[in-house]
Unconditional design. Structure first.
Length: 290
């Protein structure tokens, strides 16, 4: 199979799983449930669930066993976007080509929708068929103050400040990288048995692609357009944020992303061609246009 065909298969699969686990919009409180579904089912690349499925595929895990962790990471991602877009955070009006949650509904509903999506992610993980406690631990760590929330906090206090490359890397290793690392770990944990050395190797792969993902986001914020991105192009500059192109220049940022992807692919040398989808996914990270 090609990566394109795998993306199509797994995107459809996780969309069905997400629709199944989200409360129906007819269920009270209807407005909150509508906002939750709007946040999750309004498009998106589904990169994080894809990493769960492709990692599980490496260990021949039945996709049925991957539906729950794949859905959980996308629920966490959706929650983070809803809260990041709020007026108190990035104050964005557009997400995935549509009004952000607080614009489509209202600010209070958006906050509650984000909260509810986060708790729903951990609720469904309690029903994972294998290693559920380890999965909950990994996702909780990636979501909290030592992960996404911590990265967002660093991001907020860094606006208008001068950061060096190591400080910027630290911020994005938390804000973006920790959840991507959790995706790979959850896919691996769905296997019945796994050696710690293998988890360590996969974590290094995930750390590399996580940082490369953010660099590519920064590059697209400069080179792409609002229609393609589905969000306001140039928003990083408008918010006076430090980015990789700002520190390294566009060519320097692209070189760094390429080096990280090469390192990620090299880290998979101990695996046979069953790891090819993960290798393809690494390249996709820095060739995507949105």
């Amino acid at each position: 199979m090609t990566l394109k065909s795998l993306i199509t298969i797994y995107q459809k699969r996780v969309d069905i799983a997400l629709d199944r686990c989200l409360p129906a919009s007819t269920l009270e409180p209807q407005r909150l449930h509508e906002a939750m579904r709007y946040a999750v089912l309004n498009g998106g690349k589904r990169v994080r669930p894809l990493l769960v499925y492709l990692t599980g595929q490496l260990f021949s895990v039945d996709p049925v066993s991957l539906d729950i962790p794949a859905s959980a990471v996308e629920l966490i991602h959706a929650f983070s976007l809803v809260h990041d877009d709020l007026p108190a955070m990035d104050d964005d009006d557009l997400r995935r080509g549509k009004p952000t949650n607080h614009k489509a509904f209202d600010e209070a509903t958006a906050i509650l929708a984000g909260d509810a999506l986060q708790t729903l992610a951990f609720y469904i993980l309690t029903q994972a068929p294998a290693h559920r406690l380890e999965m909950i631990e990994a996702l909780a760590l990636a979501t909290g103050s030592r992960g996404m929330a911590g990265g967002q906090a660093i991001d907020m206090v860094s606006v208008g400040q001068t950061l060096n490359i190591s400080e910027l890397e630290n911020m994005h290793n938390h804000k973006t990288g920790m959840l991507i690392r959790a995706c790979v770990k959850l896919g691996a944990l769905a296997s019945s048995s796994l050696e710690q050395s293998v988890l360590k190797t996969l974590d290094h792969y995930a750390k590399c692609i996580g940082l490369a993902f953010q660099i590519q986001d920064d590059i697209l914020d400069v080179e792409s357009d609002t229609e393609t991105l589905g969000k306001l192009q140039g928003s990083d500059i408008a918010h006076n944020k430090v980015t990789y192109p700002a520190l390294l220049g566009l060519d320097g940022a692209k070189n760094m992303a390429n080096e990280l992807i090469e390192e990620a692919i090299t880290s998979l040398n101990e695996f046979d061609d069953k790891a090819d989808p993960l290798r393809w996914m690494a390249n996709y990270i820095i060739t995507r246009q949105f």
